[in-house]
Design a protein around this ligand. Structure first.
Ligand SMILES: Nc1ncnc2c1ncn2[C@@H]1O[C@H](COP(=O)(O)OP(=O)(O)OP(=O)(O)O)[C@@H](O)[C@H]1O
Ligand SMILES: [Mg+2]
Length: 150
């Protein structure tokens, strides 16, 4: 487990670099946090580091966006806020994305598909905003550490 204090949005650039360098075996990035915590924003910074050329916006009508990097790699961005727990994920093909060994997947509201997250390839990123300031505490966990984290 690692904990980072983020005072300004621009600091996410460094943290995105750090995470991608230090967790090279992780392919599924599960972003937890309340509404407006900054999940989409952090996905933008991570995508930028991965060389995404498309503009990163949360999928509104589709649940999933696909981006391309300049090396033509695929990045999937899922926002599961509106799906019912473990009901509709089959429809949006979450399992296909996760089984694709070449894809990078970002998931907002990953608690909806808890059992589908591959333990050996997932990194959990918890964003905890401070209600009184713009600051965020970001906690990085491997799946086996998450079991002990409440
Ligand atoms: N680290 C940060 N520092 C300051 N402001 C931030 C930070 N991260 C995000 N924000 C701002 O907070 C707002 C909400 O961010 P964002 O849309 O990324 O949240 P979210 O967790 O994806 O929300 P939702 O639950 O609706 O998907 C945006 O206006 C964004 O600019
Ligand atoms: Mg979002």
């Amino acid at each position: 487990m690692e904990v980072f204090e983020i005072n300004r949005e621009e600091e996410l650039d460094q943290l995105a670099k750090y995470i991608l360098l230090n967790y090279p075996d992780r392919q599924v990035f599960a972003l937890y946090g309340p509404l407006g915590a900054g999940k989409t924003t952090f996905i933008k910074y991570l995508s930028k580091q991965l060389g995404v050329v498309d503009s990163v916006k949360s999928p509104t009508y589709t649940l999933a966006n696909v981006y391309k990097t300049y090396q033509n790699e695929k990045i999937y961005h899922l926002d599961l806020f509106r799906i019912k727990e473990s009901v509709e994920w089959l429809d949006i093909g979450v399992d296909d994305y996760i089984e694709d060994p070449n894809a990078v997947i970002f998931v907002e509201w990953p608690e909806k598909i808890r059992d589908l997250l591959p333990p050996d390839r997932t990194l959990m990123i918890h964003i905890n905003p401070d209600p009184d300031t713009q600051k965020r505490k970001i906690v990085i966990l491997l799946p086996d550490e998450q079991e002990n984290h409440t």
